[in-house]
Design a protein around this ligand. Structure first.
Ligand code: ADP
Length: 447
């Protein structure tokens, strides 16, 4: 169906996708910006095109430049990775209009799930439990907004319908605060996402973030690959993830997974996807769906033994799912630490050249990174430079392996958050398992 994949991304995920392509004997076209021109991973691709300057808007986000690169190189498919154009329905549409395959679900589904109000409405219709709140946009009228919030009960969270990356949301504790919070968030949403539409949700005070991984084919089959716990967050951004979520009855996950796969069939989902939930007092509540590969996908790969990116590409080729739900077994426990080029105390970005890098290994240790000695972390993009993943027979085993993996890792020339991870793994609530989404911020505030 296609023999060449253009990877419309950079960094560790681009390399991860290249590796999946290699498993399928696919030719790989890499693109890069001028800032990434010397990135060593590019040498692993069959062909490289520099498509524009460092600014993402003129390179990794430039639809025309990427489509031109695909045409010039004879690519038959485009893999968007995560971030950048991965959830851009307009781009997916243009890719299809060119007669190419967009490795992801159809543009209509991306558009529907990208509008968080529409996504929640679709989930409600499919019987998936959602966070309480009207599945409608906030009106303009301040009094009407107050009425909605009072009916829901404070605290509430004001969220952008087109939001993502943990931005465009604000917690509000009183009707008075609402009057200033709504216009502020609306303006932020308009600037950041080009969409000022807001909605309201009940603010849950001590939830965990638990998500379900799904895989669907074009033939009406959908399965889930269990859960991940991504509660350790800073500024609504995940820092450490694990699979499975500790302390949650497996029967509850099976039930939730079955609801998700049913919803997938109902919305006509195709490929790899994630249903995100908040979990509090034994209740799951849907917040959003990600229609792409996620940063934390390796923890699911480690406990299921399935190459998710390879599966995603095969599904995009139109192949039927090679597994039934009964074939999916969760074995042991996996943990992932996101390695960022940042100061471990202040979290300020720390771009620069890697003078020396020494990576860990051994049983149950996986490193997903495009970093090598001499590589440069440009200041223009996300600070994440890789991920350390460990797998063990149980959680204690995976934790122990992670502690050693972190202590074996040396990166010189830039600062990284490795010391921060090492400290965090010694935190009693983290060791115990199952802290809430507020735990990490509370630890930092206490310091
Ligand atoms: P994004 O698309 O920006 O990641 P999400 O809707 O997935 O936005 O929310 C990101 C994070 O924000 C969640 O993991 C959680 O920590 C917090 N959050 C979102 N909605 C709520 C809510 N209703 N109550 C409490 N926390 C929330």
């Amino acid at each position: 169906m296609f023999d060449t994949v253009l990877i419309a991304n950079r960094g560790e995920i681009a390399l991860r996708i290249l590796r999946a392509c290699r498993m399928l004997d696919l030719r790989v076209v890499a693109i890069c910006s001028e800032a990434d021109r010397d990135s060593p991973w590019l040498r692993k691709a069959d062909q490289v095109l520099c498509i524009g300057p460092a600014a993402a808007g003129q390179s990794y986000l430039d639809h025309n430049a990427i489509l031109y690169a695909a045409r010039e190189t004879g690519a038959g498919a485009i893999h968007p990775g995560y971030g950048f154009l991965s959830e851009n329905a307009d781009f997916a549409e243009k890719v299809e209009a060119e007669g190419l395959v967009f490795i992801g679900p159809g543009p209509q589904v991306i558009r529907q799930m990208g509008d968080k109000i529409a996504a929640k409405a679709a989930m409600q219709a499919a019987g998936v439990p959602c966070v309480p709140g009207p599945s409608a946009a906030l009106p303009e009228d301040a009094a009407a907004i107050r009425d909605m919030a009072v009916a829901l009960g404070f605290p509430v969270i004001v969220k952008a319908a087109g939001g993502g990356g943990g931005r465009g949301m604000r917690v509000v504790h009183s009707p008075e605060a609402l009057d200033t919070a709504v216009p502020l968030t609306r303006e932020e949403a308009r600037k950041a996402f080009g969409n000022p539409t807001l909605y309201l949700e009940k603010y849950l005070d001590r939830p965990r973030h638990v998500e379900i991984q799904v895989l669907c084919d074009n033939h009406g089959n959908a399965i889930h690959l269990g859960d991940r716990d991504c509660s350790l967050q800073r500024r609504h951004q995940k820092v450490i993830e694990e699979a499975p979520a500790p302390g949650i009855p497996r029967s509850a996950i099976e039930e939730l997974g079955a609801l998700c796969t049913r919803a997938c069939r109902q919305i006509g989902y195709r490929g790899l996807g994630t249903f995100e939930f908040l979990y509090q007092d034994g209740i799951f509540a849907f917040i959003e769906m990600n229609t792409r590969v996620q940063v934390e996908h390796p923890v699911t790969e480690m406990v299921t033994g399935i190459d998710l990116v390879r599966a995603q590409i095969l599904l995009a080729m139109g192949q039927p799912l090679p597994w039934r739900q009964d074939d999916i077994n969760i074995e042991g426990h996996a943990i992932e630490c996101r390695i960022n080029a940042e100061d471990p105390e202040t979290f300020l970005p720390s771009p620069g050249r890697i003078a020396r890098i020494d990576l860990p290994g051994g049983p149950g240790v996986r490193v997903d990174t495009h970093m090598v000695q001499g590589a440069v972390v440009p200041p223009n993009y996300d600070a994440m430079i890789g991920k350390l993943i460990t797998h063990g027979a149980d959680r204690a085993d995976a934790l122990r392996r992670m502690e050693h993996a972190l202590s074996e890792t040396t990166i010189e020339g830039i600062r990284t958050n490795i010391p921060f991870h090492s400290r965090l793994l010694r935190d009693p609530a983290v060791r115990e398992g199952g802290p809430t989404i507020h735990h990490l911020e509370a630890v930092l505030a206490a310091k």
